[in-house]
Design a protein around this ligand. Structure first.
Ligand SMILES: Nc1ncnc2c1ncn2[C@@H]1O[C@H](COP(=O)(O)OP(=O)(O)OP(=O)(O)O)[C@@H](O)[C@H]1O
Ligand SMILES: [Mg+2]
Length: 346
């Protein structure tokens, strides 16, 4: 292999890599494990996640992405470097990379992310806003038609709500209501109402299995294990889909309210387009049972779930790699690291 073009989605929950011509080649949790003795890297991805919450004293497990932004730069650099080195070990040239960043990141944060990817082994790095990538990956055409679309990408750390027109993000809002905050709400509810302390992974599993955004006529039940809040003894309880609905309700209402706020600030012509074409949901958090129906009822607008929601953003980087010239013509800024350095010095 002589050279390759790559897309990277640095997500709160997972890091995904796409190689042009091959599709998604890496989909691993954004987690790393270190030795506490000498700080050496022991494992990344699935292997490190398996240790999370179960790690012995000599091992520290870190989730470096919080709320959709890089919080621990060293760890994310290690994760990126391991993946880039693995993928490029037979390549003669360094790869050109398109990286997805949340639409709310500052220029300084953009530069830091570009630095990380360059240090990890990339030749030229370009950034693309996450909601635009999500829209491209979900099948939105790139031609510069003046037609409004709303995309809501619900990940682990943030929900990115964006209105897109003519291949560009026209307005957007990023809120910290996503998969992780819903897991936390389930943990809080169980502590308070069942006196049971749940682990993070258990709360996430419960959400995926019996979490419904609209109450079911016939609730379903699931036995769940944790620790008694008072005695700290291991204990299990039976939770129902209605319990989880109650636990998530406040967060889901807040998400709906945030989308409504963006709709209210959308110019009337674009809002008219969205009323017709509806709102597109992408990201893993959008896979919550009944979420499109609940949002649609609440917002009185059609809402649909994209195909393969967890892969829309990364597939979008692939489309961006293929259509860089069209995106640039549409006004999207593909910046090299040197250009960003220039911005910072101005
Ligand atoms: N079937 C499901 N039902 C409900 N939630 C799910 C389901 N599958 C995955 N999720 C949730 O999706 C979230 C991860 O989504 P995704 O992979 O899009 O996040 P990310 O891109 O890493 O995060 P971000 O975009 O916020 O940085 C997790 O909170 C996970 O619990
Ligand atoms: Mg994401």
């Amino acid at each position: 292999m002589f050279s390759m073009n790559m897309g990277i989605d640095l997500g709160t929950t997972s890091v995904q890599f796409l190689v042009q011509g091959r599709g998604v080649v890496i989909d691993q949790p954004s987690v790393a494990a270190y030795s506490t003795k000498d700080n050496s890297l022991l494992a990344i991805g699935n292997e490190a996640l398996a240790m999370f919450g179960k790690n012995p004293k000599g091992i520290r497990v870190i989730k470096p992405m919080g709320g959709g932004v890089v919080q621990d730069f060293d760890t994310i650099e290690h994760i990126l470097r391991v993946h880039v080195e693995r993928l490029c070990k037979n390549a003669l040239f360094k790869p050109n990379v398109v990286v997805c960043v949340p639409s709310s990141v500052t220029l300084l944060e953009q530069r830091t992310i570009m630095d990380l990817v360059t240090v990890a082994g990339a030749a030229k790095v370009c950034l693309i806003e996450e909601p635009l990538a999500a829209a491209l990956g979900a099948g939105l055409r790139l031609e510069s038609k003046p037609e409004g679309h709303m995309v809501v990408d619900i990940g682990g750390g943030t929900a990115d709500i964006a209105v897109i027109t003519m291949g560009q993000v026209s307005l957007s809002k990023s809120v910290k209501i996503a998969g992780n905050t819903i897991d936390e709400a389930i943990m809080r509810w169980c502590r308070r109402n069942k006196r049971l302390v749940l682990g993070e992974s258990t709360a996430e599993r419960v959400k995926k299995l019996i979490g419904y955004a609209l109450p079911l006529k016939k609730p379903i039940a699931l036995p769940v294990g944790g620790k008694d809040r008072v005695t700290s003894q291991p204990r299990s309880v039976v939770l129902t889909s209605h319990d989880i609905y109650e636990a998530m309700r406040d967060r889901l209402d807040a998400l709906s309210e945030s989308i409504r706020e963006v709709l209210m600030t959308t110019p009337p012509e674009l809002a008219g387009d969205i009323a017709r074409s509806g709102i597109l949901l992408t990201g893993g958090g959008a896979m919550l049972h009944g979420l499109p129906e609940m949002l649609s009822q609440d917002l009185k607008t059609p809402v649909r779930l994209a195909k393969n929601p967890r892969y829309c953003v990364i597939e979008g980087t692939g489309k961006a790699l293929k259509n860089m010239d069209v995106l640039i013509r549409n006004g999207q800024h593909f910046r090299t690291r040197e250009e960003l350095l220039g911005y910072a010095e101005d």
